[in-house]
Design a protein around this ligand. Structure first.
Ligand code: DGJ
Length: 747
């Protein structure tokens, strides 16, 4: 399947409700109105969820933003678009006018959405409205250069419930000569002008993902990006912009967006000289060139955007709902994530049949539902120096193949998962010895290794087929329910010498298209198989990969305290329903911090719970706590994974305290997790005021394991828990408590 068909399949999942294209449209009899085109004023308008979005065709025939923000009344008029004046003789009107999707040309100094070079040296591109089409799948506005047959189709999709829009572009070369695309964004999101805005974005590195950064938007640009060939740990392809700066999570106007792309990407947040804010994102233009022969086209990824009147908390909840109901492969009703066990921190590369069976028996005894064998089972894999690429079962470690282990795991009532790192090769492997030309490289130049491995060039059809076939074969021959798909380095020397020189840079697009096509085909052939995206922790988390995988591994940092901030940051952009979190050993392997089993469980229960400890070393007391915690987790996991998340007390910026609450969609259950870093001068833990409950409903408070609250009634109204709050009793260092609130009437 091509990327184009993948994209249209993604678009097709949306309920796009569109109204006739001619005249000031009236609602279609079968469908509610979310999109309207006012022919007289040439204004496109979308009203969905809590937002309205509008753009129009201005007097020069450019597409120009008109409005994006809180939902307007249907009767509210929106004016025709009119271009802005130039600012003196220095900032042209092409610069001051907020174009919906601007080509670089006509004296434009702000970030363009598209930049091309023609073979005659012309680099001027001015895009004018040509036509639009509306259908049940969406609507498409077609633009064309003022003189050359370069067309751009702008695709819009709408999610009725959340008001999240999907935007992407297809660039079509209908000239008689090839042209080169040097920059292709999916969209420019333009914000209402004249306000002070604050930007939030996520940054990180290996084992320290998802730090929340907040800064005032000042004149100039902030560029969030990856030049690494994949999404990367450095930034997440997500942004949120708030008008002013509310001190409350759940109030304020917030615009947000997330790019669905797992290769090199960029999002530019820009305040121009007229103090207008534009956010432009798509393929990273660095080292980018895509040659379009006559008749060819390039599709960009989808850039999703939304608006919330309920602060950054509301923005996250909209995005979570959108991911769960529109993006994930199992949307709109993803299966709850099973409690899994993973062998990595227990055995690292030293896996074998007897050792894994021993761990599996112990995992099953505490209620684990999925047993995953991590790295080390294949080829000549003794450590990270060899084996990647040789995907046969290591005969010394598993003399009878994987079947005895898998059968045992099944007999213990669990399903079986397996670690793979399909896109990589160790030079010390049969695959590399046979196909040294399969890796990304520039001939005659060094081939840099990282973790003793190189990146296979998945853009090549033969590599793509090899990878697909070994993964398919493993699934055909073994009863495997789950792949943990790892990816442990970034690109270097990204040469692709098997194609013509002017096509080599297409590797940035074609690699990821092939990655997506493998995932899509595997899922089609093995519909029950679930997949986790891992890249040395959270190096490949984005809405593109989430469209094809069921969960992600947010970080190799499994220290439960460090995880609080990583998980908090993750939740700004991604649902806890995909966020795997393991309980591992103490002291932690990374920072030697000692924490209790209870603390570790409560930290991991904020997401999709897993266990990654060496169970051979656990005491009977550890097993008893684990059993209790896993049983409690199973009672609340639907709420944690698919409910509404409220970040009550932020763990960011060295906070002593943190607290999160998840509320089920029917508001009958809520679960509260509280964490104390260390008591200072005997001050009590701050009173925790719950949010999002039904004020009139009576809720019964129940402690998870041995949590305690001072003077808390057994039953009280939602109003009580929100207004009066809970005084959690926590004292000491690295303490945690969890509570469940349930409808007291049991309805
Ligand atoms: C990196 C992953 O993030 C770890 O969980 C583990 O799977 C190792 N790779 C295995 O090599």
């Amino acid at each position: 399947m091509t990327f184009r068909t993948l994209q249209s399949a993604v678009r097709n999942v949306f309920v796009i409700v569109v109204i006739a294209a001619f005249g000031t449209a009236l609602a279609d009899a079968q469908t509610p109105s979310s999109v309207r085109y006012d022919q007289q004023n040439r204004v496109f308008r979308i009203d969905a969820g809590g937002m309205t979005y509008a753009f129009g065709v201005n007097e020069r025939s450019e597409l120009q933003s008109i409005y994006w923000g809180g939902r307007l009344a249907e009767s509210d008029p929106l004016p025709a678009a009119k271009s802005e004046r130039e600012l003196a003789s220095f900032d042209s009107s092409a610069t001051t006018t907020l174009q919906e999707f601007g080509g670089w040309g006509g004296g434009m100094y702000v970030e363009p959405a598209l930049k091309v070079t023609f073979p005659d040296g012309n680099r001027d591109l001015v895009l004018h409205y040509v036509s639009h089409t509306m259908s049940k799948d969406g609507f498409v506005v077609t633009l064309k250069d003022i003189s050359r047959d370069v067309f751009v189709e702008l695709h819009y999709s709408v999610d009725e419930t959340t008001g999240v829009l999907g935007r992407s572009a297809v660039i079509v070369n209908r000239t008689k000569e090839p042209l080169t695309i040097e920059k292709a964004a999916a969209a420019s999101w333009n914000l209402p002008g004249g306000a002070d805005y604050n930007l939030r974005y996520l940054s990180g590195r290996w084992a320290a993902e998802d730090t929340v950064n907040q800064q005032e938007i000042r004149p100039g640009k902030t560029v969030l990006e990856s030049r690494r060939g994949s999404t990367g740990h450095q930034n997440s392809p997500w942004f949120a912009v708030e008008r002013g700066h509310s001190n409350d999570e759940d109030t304020g106007d917030v615009w947000f967006g997330a790019l669905a792309w797992s290769g090199s990407w960029s999002i530019t947040v820009e305040q121009d000289q007229a103090r207008q804010i534009r956010v432009t994102g798509g393929y990273n233009p660095f080292d980018f060139a895509y040659r379009l022969a006559p008749g060819e086209q390039l599709s960009t990824p989808v850039f999703y955007g939304g608006y919330s009147h309920h602060g950054i908390g509301g923005a996250s909840r909209l995005l979570h709902r959108f991911e769960l109901t529109r993006i994930l492969p199992q949307a709109p009703k993803p299966r709850p994530r099973p409690v899994l066990y993973n062998s990595w921190e227990a055995t690292e590369f030293n896996v074998d049949e007897a050792g894994q069976i021993k761990l599996a028996e112990k995992a099953a005894s505490i209620g684990v539902e999925r047993f995953v064998m991590d790295d080390g089972w294949f080829g000549q894999r003794k450590d990270d120096h060899a084996g990647l690429g040789d995907w046969y079962v290591n005969p010394q470690k598993f003399p009878h193949g994987l079947k005895p282990l898998i059968d045992k795991v099944h007999s213990l009532g669990m399903d079986f998962g397996l670690w793979v790192e399909p896109e990589m090769v160790n030079p010390n492997s049969d695959l590399y010895r046979k196909h040294p030309d399969w890796v990304l490289n520039f001939p005659g130049r060094p081939r840099s290794e990282a973790r003793n491995q190189m990146v296979l060039n998945l853009a090549r059809q033969d590599v793509r087929d090899y990878v697909f076939h070994f993964l398919d074969d493993l699934l055909n021959k073994n009863d495997i329910a789950f792949y943990k798909w790892d990816y442990n380095r970034n690109w270097s020397e990204p040469g692709w010498d098997a194609v013509a020189t002017d096509q080599q840079k297409e590797v940035y697009v074609k690699y990821v298209e092939n990655l997506y096509s493998i995932l899509r085909e595997l899922r089609a052939r093995h519909p029950k198989v679930e997949i986790e995206s891992c890249s040395g922790g959270g190096g490949r988390v984005d809405l593109g990969i989430l469209g094809l995988t069921d969960e992600v591994w947010p970080s190799d940092n499994t220290d439960p305290f460090d995880r609080l901030t990583i998980q908090d940051g993750f939740s700004y952009a991604y649902t806890p329903g995909v966020m795997m979190a393991w309980v591992t050993d103490s002291p932690n392997w990374g920072n030697r911090r000692t924490t209790s089993v209870e603390y570790r469980f409560l930290s991991s229960m904020q997401g999709s719970l897993g266990v990654g400890a060496n169970l051979d070393k656990w005491t009977p007391e550890d097993f008893a706590v684990a059993k209790d915690m896993i049983a409690a987790y199973k009672e609340v996991r639907e709420t944690v994974q698919h409910g509404s998340l409220y970040r009550l007390i932020s763990p960011q910026h060295d906070s002593e305290y943190s607290a999160t609450e998840s509320v089920s969609l029917d508001k009958r259950q809520a679960v509260l997790f509280t964490f104390l870093h260390s008591s200072s001068k005997g001050y009590p833990f701050p009173t925790v005021h719950l949010r999002g409950l039904d004020p009139a409903r009576q809720y019964r408070l129940r402690a998870i394991h041995d949590a305690k609250a001072a003077g808390a009634p057994e039953v009280a109204s939602g109003s009580y828990w929100m207004a009066h709050g809970i005084n959690v009793l926590l004292r000491g260092d690295f303490q945690a408590a969890g509570f469940i609130l349930e409808d007291a009437a049991g309805r």
